[in-house]
Ligand binder design. Sequence first.
Ligand code: C2E
Ligand code: CA
Ligand code: CA
Length: 948
Amino acid sequence: MKSTADYLSTQQEAARTALALIQRQGETTAAALWALVGSSWQCLATLGAADSLPSAQALSAGRLPGPDGAALPLVLHGDTLGWLVWRGRIADTADAVLALLAGHLHSASLHSAQSQSRVMNETLLEISQLPGECNTLDEMLPKLHRLLMRLMDASNFYIALFDEQGGQLYYPFYADQQDPAPPSPEAVFSKEQTTRSLTAWLMRMGKPLVLTRQRLLEVCQQEQLVLEGPLPELWMGVPLTNVSNGVIGAAVLQFYANQAPCTSAEQALFLFVTRHIAYALDRMLYRSQLERQVWLRTCELEGVNARLRSEISDRQRAERFQDVLFRIADLSNTSLSLEAFLAGVHRLLMELVAGRNCQVALYDMNSDMLSFPYCADDFQQVSQTRRPGRGLVEQVLHSGRPLLLDRSPAQLNPTEESTAPPMCSWLGVPLYCGHELLGVLSVHSYQNDVIYSYRDQEVLEFVANNIGTALARVRAMHDLQNAYAELEERVRERTSELDAVNAQLEFDSLHDPLTKLPNRNYFAKTLRRAWDSYLSGNGARFSVIFIDLDRFKLVNDTLGHLAGDHLLFEAGARIRSCLRHYDFLARLGGDEFAILLFGTETLDGCEMIARRIVSEFERPVILAGREVFSTASVGMVLADRDHYQKAEELLRDADHAMYCTKQQGRQGYTVFNHQLRINQADQLALESELRRALDAEDQLQPYFQPFIDARSGELVGFESLVRWRHPQRGLISPALFLPVAEESGLITRVDRYMINAACRQLRQWLDAGLVGSNIALHLNLSSANFHDPELVSWVRGIIEGYQLPAAILHLEITESALIDVPEIAATVMHALHQLGVKLALDDFGTGYSALSYLHRYRFDVLKIDQSFVFDLDRKEESVAIVRAILALAQALGLDVVAEGVETAAQLSRLQEMGCAKLQGYYFATPSPAETIDWERLARFVQEFRRAA
Ligand code: C2E
Ligand code: CA
Ligand code: CA
């Protein structure tokens, strides 16, 4: 202790000064000055041969010096602080010096005690601070020991602590110079042998013990304690208690013989200090216990935390899986192709596994082929299909189980020729849909740091489980799409077929199937368009040409429909050849054609084309090996906004002009002009006038033209022909007003009027005896009458009314009547026959007559048309036709009348050919009954006889 040393040296110095003073004044030979330093005597200073002088201990024990020596105590306030011993004579002032020294020593000792207590206080403070400064007990105890050493000689000191959990005593600090190894831990309160340690006993006793060597031996013997190691001179033990007075351990201080003996002050100090040591230890232990608890709690919490974290990551993983599952399901619904689906699955897979290189293999059992609809590889391209071999995919397919390969180059790189780097890991799992093995999903890696694990296998299996079904669905969808595409293709084909059919239908609806020319419908549309654009000023002026083939019906009926069709076809081609390419030609129906001629400002161009058309038909057409002549009658009209309101009127007038051509003897053209238009207007006026004429008695009048027997020249009959004696216009020919009558429906009234008038006349002739009952009266009957249900009864009424033999009456019917109403005609004709009336077929051979009519309807008389008669002496063809008709009539047992006999040549020709009856201007023109030259008629008999 430094303060004690300082204190000692101060005392020594003071003692030396006191001795020097005493020696200077006396004759002292030897002297020594002793003082109580702390609790022990110290010799502070000596003079001369002081060794032989008695010690302070001896003086205190009462052993005074010998006769030559003397001793004086240093006394202060009755306390002996020290001794001066000497030999020889002492100075007189020694008392005063000693009194001074005693005062000095006293104050020094006070000072020392004060500084000692300061040190102790500081040390105790530091001890109490130790638990706060040190982290562990092991760090704290050496420091504690060093602090204790500052207060006393604690070279042999140890601390034992009781570990409650283990029920054992252990020694966290142990310093023993005689026996350095600390004892092994031992139980404290057990009755076992191990409890027989002094320290444990001390703790059981629970109070401090200070044992001298002797006492120690006695206690050990008495308590049957084992004292290990050397025996100390002094053994001091203090139980350490905590705040609640529980014993936590013990602090033991030992003194061996080689040490300075422990003073009683030191003993008291030790007992005092151990209390503070106990506090510090308790605090430290409490703190470390607290820390331990915190640590335990922390560990516990960390464990919980870790568990939670792993739970969360498990849940997150499950959620990620679930998410991927949904997205795969979604992909399988939205992917347009299998490839797109698998690429999407791969993208999702990469979120879960390091699978840059991924491949899907599908196995088709029927063809025993492996296909690879998806392959993503950093280095190589896999063939689209191949036969199964010995690859890794095949291994998975064979086993139906996952295959996980880490580094094993031989297995991973079976092909030598591959240019890719060696694979580092391969993982393949089977793809199932239900129990059906569809193929293999695999990933592989070329990187050393990507090696697949069992966990990756789990992920891959999970994905595979979910894509198996989706794959089946995508495949089904794919098939369906293919089927749809096929269906669509078929629909497209069918649609285009339909379009073609439609186009054909449309073409057909607008075209004539025979000639392929536009039909009436198409013509009407085109005409309207042309008219509209002409009216609006955008289109050119145009004209309409109407063409009717003459005698087409004859061809059709005599040579058959095939020939007729051929003729129409040829006619179409011939007309076309006369036109410019932009003219519009159509077949209106039957033997009628129409043309739109564009860009015709005047009629000159039209007339040229019309002439060309007419002349085209002068060449014969070869039909069934025969030359046939079929001329054309043409009518035309120029579009004119001043005279027309509607397009149809143009066609009507062209038709009318054509009709005029027909009336003028066919084969030619007529331009619908001003005159015709006036005529047309006239016709309207004519119609109303005709009505009035029918009501009047004297306007319509029968003219009679006789028939002469070709052999005898006798009068055999009359034909009644209508004449209109118009009050203003004079006599009008039937050619002019009969069409008006036909069109207006007045024709039946005209016919009845005429039949009535003629029969009345006949009755008069019969009555007058001008004619016999063998005469024939021919009456013209229009086809319109066949629609009159009253006709037959009306005729009967006439016959009965005029009391005429029915066979006198011959009704002349043109074929047009038969063509127009074939069925009714047959019925009506049959009924008329029943009456006994005869029927004649008028204008036979004009192109309309058909031989078939002769078979179909029962006629009694044929009238050869005057056109044949007219050509008899000019055209051999006509001769042939007349001859054929005559032969036919004979074969059928029909009477024949040849009309239009004008010349003697015609007469003789017909007589030669054996024609039975003749009619014509040669004998008589039609004339009113009053002006019939009966005498002239009678003369033909002689004439004929003469000529014969
Ligand atoms: P159709 O029945 O063929 O009458 C014969 C026509 O030839 C008559 O003309 C007659 O005048 C004319 N004719 C007679 N002999 C000759 C001749 O040698 N040379 C020439 N070039 N002509 C001759 P018409 O009287 O003008 O009658 C024309 C047509 O009118 C008739 O042709 C007949 O179809 C029709 N027709 C006349 N009267 C009536 C009638 O009361 N009722 C009906 N429905 N039609 C009638
Ligand atoms: Ca006639
Ligand atoms: Ca006739």
